[in-house]
Design a protein around this ligand. Structure first.
Ligand code: GLU
Length: 296
């Protein structure tokens, strides 16, 4: 990486991280993730890092960051300082993006969500099926990869809103071996399927970088050896493995843990008041009760 040197790693020490986004308060699902990371770090004599994934500058606030630190401290967790804040490392993500751009893998994408939706609708009314990613979002139209470069430059110069996307087909053509990752306690080999995501966004139109790019760069720069996170990010790992391979970064071991579901049977959201750690705490719930609630 250009901006920040890779860490000098003691390869025998496992490194775990808990990486919340400070765009809301922590709920029981976050507590499970944080406690599992701490438990694994303790069991393996490893290190635990805390990373604030705050590139979404419109939604992340210092107040949410403080409440996260408060809740984690209340739970009895400790981590190494300094806490890495993604908003302070945009140059590192830009350097990674530039490397992918130098491989000819990045293109500007001007279509809004509404415009993509309209294309999908038109296609389906013509009886054509349209691929959707594992989160249910339609793939970006492939013909948008081939915009006239001069025209695209002009639109950018005029300030037209755009994101930067990965040309998935071209990226896959650069791989010389199938992509896998190692998952869970039994070290299962999982075949990655990045194509399922289509041309993912690597640089957002409304925020610097993107979740996929920054998480991969940070895990490498922080020497993370073990990623323990919710099952909702299982499929995203395919994109992370692809980016690691293209950028020459090491692949951590992954564990995707069960999700805590709300009363409606869906994944908890940050607006889910009743499972918020602050709310439970105000009711008199103790950190020990939280561990029991989570079956830990
Ligand atoms: N920042 C992500 C979240 O809060 C987690 C990212 C990760 O663990 O890879 O859902």
């Amino acid at each position: 990486m250009a901006e920040e040197a890779m860490p000098d790693l003691d390869h025998h020490t496992p490194i775990f991280r808990f990486a919340p986004s400070p765009n809301g308060v922590l709920h029981l699902g976050h507590a499970l993730s944080a406690l599992l990371n701490a438990k694994c770090a303790k069991a393996t004599g490893g290190r635990l890092l805390l990373r604030m994934e705050d590139i979404d500058i419109g939604r992340c606030t210092p107040a949410f960051e403080r409440s996260i630190v408060d809740d984690l401290t209340w739970l009895g967790l400790t981590w190494e300082e300094p806490v890495r804040r993604q908003s302070e490392h945009i140059d590192a993500y830009r350097a990674a993006l530039d490397r992918l751009a130098a491989l000819g893998l990045i293109y500007p994408a001007f279509l809004s969500r509404g415009e993509i939706k309209a294309q999908v609708k038109r296609a389906s009314s013509n009886g054509q099926s349209w691929p959707h990613d594992p989160d249910g979002a339609p793939h970006y139209p492939m013909d948008e990869r081939c915009l006239d470069p001069l025209d695209a430059q002009r639109r950018i110069a005029q300030g037209e809103r755009h994101s930067l996307r990965l040309n998935m087909g071209k990226a896959l053509s650069l791989l010389n071996a199938p992509l896998n990752w190692t998952e869970g306690a039994d070290n299962a080999t999982i075949t990655a399927d990045p194509a399922a995501w289509g041309d993912v966004i690597l640089w957002r139109s409304d925020a610097p970088s993107s979740y996929h790019l920054s998480v991969v760069v940070d895990d490498a720069l922080q020497g993370v050896t073990h990623v323990v996170r919710g099952r909702d990010l299982y499929h995203a790992t395919s994109v992370h493995r692809l980016l690691q391979s293209l950028l020459g970064l090491p692949a951590p071991h992954y564990t995707h843990h069960r999700l805590i579901l709300g009363s409606d049977g869906r994944k908890l959201s940050k607006s889910e008041g009743a499972s918020g750690l602050g709310y439970l705490r105000a009711l008199g719930t103790s950190p020990a009760d939280i561990r029991v609630l989570l079956g830990l």
